[in-house]
Design a protein. Structure first.
Length: 233
């Protein structure tokens, strides 16, 4: 069963970027629990008609994942469906990536990392998988590897503020403050409407911490940050 053109398709893409990115688009796109329940019913019928429909299992897993994400619910149903989709189609990079997200949010980061890596292995041009694995590297404290994956995601087409913000976090964590502020500035430029809550306060918070350490951000970088944020402090 082919995935229907619905808000769920957009939602799952957005969830790949975590809570920050969800905030960027939350006002534009929303899915009700009732819509998700309908998706589950529809894909369950598709599975009953064709128990070997790997895509239907993945799509139903997406709906279960979305319900769990927004209601702080149980991710096991999503994981079960993604696992079945992988069993039926072992080359489905998206099923691995989505199962990785479900494992991550369930509190199993090691399995999540393995699934993100498998998604990258199956599809080396999959920007979202690199972004997700970059976040997994960051959580491990492996900042250079995280930056490498964020770079790859950007090169492959992920031009969202959250990608630059997360790379900025990795640069900041390793003490590369100029590069961190440049990335936060880029995130603000990419999402000017929602930047105040998402990035501006965060960037200035880090700037104040850097100044307290006695580090001087390069003047041209600081000036660009001020211009993008519309603030001087």
């Amino acid at each position: 069963m082919k995935r229907k053109k619905s808000l769920l398709v957009l939602l799952i893409t957005f969830l790949a970027f975590g809570n920050i990115f969800a905030g960027e688009i939350g006002e534009q796109y929303s899915v009700t629990e009732g819509q998700l329940d309908k998706e589950i019913v529809d894909y369950t019928k598709a599975i009953e008609l064709n128990p070997k429909d790997a895509e239907a299992y993945r799509n139903r897993g997406d709906a279960y994942y979305s319900k769990a994400f927004f209601s702080k619910g149980n991710y096991d149903q999503a994981i079960s469906d993604y696992t079945k989709a992988i069993e039926l189609n072992p080359k489905d990079a998206e099923a691995y990536r989505m199962r990785g997200l479900a494992y991550r949010d369930k509190g199993n980061p090691d399995q999540a990392f393995l699934d993100f890596s498998k998604a990258v292995e199956l599809n080396p041009n999959y920007d979202l998988a690199y972004f997700n694995r970059g976040n997994a590297y960051y959580a491990k404290g492996s900042y250079d590897q995280a930056i490498s994956d964020y770079n790859k995601a950007i090169k492959l087409g992920s031009k969202f503020g959250s990608v630059y913000s997360c790379r900025g976090d990795a640069y900041y964590a390793k003490g590369s403050y100029d590069q961190a502020i440049s990335d936060y500035t880029k995130a603000i430029k990419l999402n000017p409407k929602g930047a105040d809550v998402l990035y501006i306060d965060k960037m200035w918070g880090y700037l104040h911490k850097v100044e307290a350490l006695g580090y001087k951000i390069r003047p041209e970088i600081l000036e660009e940050a001020k211009k993008a944020s519309g603030r001087n402090k």
